[in-house]
Design a protein around this ligand. Sequence first.
Ligand code: URA
Length: 261
Amino acid sequence: MLAAMDEFQSALGVVLGTLERMRAGSGRWPRASREILARLQRPRIAHRQQPPTAAAGTKEERLAEVRARVAACTLCPHLAESRTQTVFGSGNIDTEIMFIGEAPGADEDRQGEPFVGRAGQLLTKIIAAMGFAREEVYIANVMKSRPDMPPGTAGNRPPTAIEMQNCLPFLVEQINIVRPKVLVALGATAVEGLLGTRGVMRELRGNWHSFHETPLMITYHPSYLLRNQSPSEKRKLWEDMLLVLEKIGHPITEKQRRYFL
Ligand code: URA
């Protein structure tokens, strides 16, 4: 019975992926509305992403169990096919701060670790300016697989809403296990994945939100600052990080207050 259900779920995944690509592409027919795609998706998420048992074991053991389910996940068959490996998350599992990006890029897909490319280098610098080593915080993404690109195409694409819906329960499990004091969402796509709404970063950033009862700071994605080098935008991200430090009760030096990224 379970095997038949798995086959059905897998077939439904292929149909969904095809419909979604058609929806995103320029072809006129057939089209699937967002609502239909979401309705087709619901039973798949319910079927596949229930943790097998209630919380038991150490944090390490529980995260290892989630990581194994992530590595075996085929909920997005096209991504399971195209990825080199899943990128689960890394860092201190007893941290007070968890950074959340959108999805692995080509570098992360190759290395199996989040934020190791150019954006990652800037994130590491931001974390250092906050007074932490990268290993002292936890870093994860909404997506655990790299969004696929057409063969022979360089670059990255943002994940679709359905891909993010598929993956989000894994991140919720990670958050529930690590239990950081604050979450920091990096960029509009991560916010969309977490909160299900596409907002304007100018309005969202710099304010406290909440995700599963954990305070959530929204700020710019480091890659935005690599594209836009304006000191005022860099300062805004830094002000958001000062709010994070205040929230966790971390002392802030005068030098940090005056700092510009
Ligand atoms: N951008 C992200 O959002 N996540 C990564 O892991 C790398 C780049």
